[in-house]
Write a protein that binds this ligand. Sequence first.
Ligand SMILES: [Zn+2]
Ligand SMILES: [Zn+2]
Length: 209
Amino acid sequence: MLLKATAEVAAGYLYVKVFEQVMHQYVLHGSGKSKESVWSFHFHDHHKAATKYGMIDPAYFEPWFYNSSRSKEVGSLVGAVALHLPLAKKYPFFVATVALGAANYYHKHKKSHTVPEWAWENMQNHVKHHLLDQDAYWGVTSGWVDKLVGTAPKVSQEELDQLWRFYMGRCNAAKKKLDESAQERYAEHKKEFFNSLEAMTRKWYSILK
Ligand SMILES: [Zn+2]
Ligand SMILES: [Zn+2]
């Protein structure tokens, strides 16, 4: 039993990393390069913002259900886990590892685009994908599959330092404006929410009256 569980967790871990790589390379970039594709949010919205603001994507400052790119990301992750559920009866630990992998992806990807300093420390492969070469470094939560298949070109420390200075400059220059507009959007969403709550209460009240 313990051996089976360990094997399932190990297989699940490897599977998640390969799945992440393949989806990112062939679906998000492959199909997503066309503006008409449902996957276009990654290449056309997310990449654009991350380049402009040195890894920050302002979409992550809004609740996910108010932002279409983020809703699509959440939807794809939930869908990917759901796709594996039929295997849960036979391989529960494998499916649990896939679900944890999806949650881990969401958390790390979001943090890498809200706290760029953290991303440079902990998610360098993804930073390189966004800021150095968007046709390489496909692994998001780790870079070992790229190293294995040869899609992680070597970069010198000097080049990385230059990249850091350039993009952190961009990010710091935009930070104040981004914080302000995030607060404005938050206030708007709050107003929208209370307005719809009020309308709903009024409707119920008129039905019950
Ligand atoms: Zn990408
Ligand atoms: Zn990203």
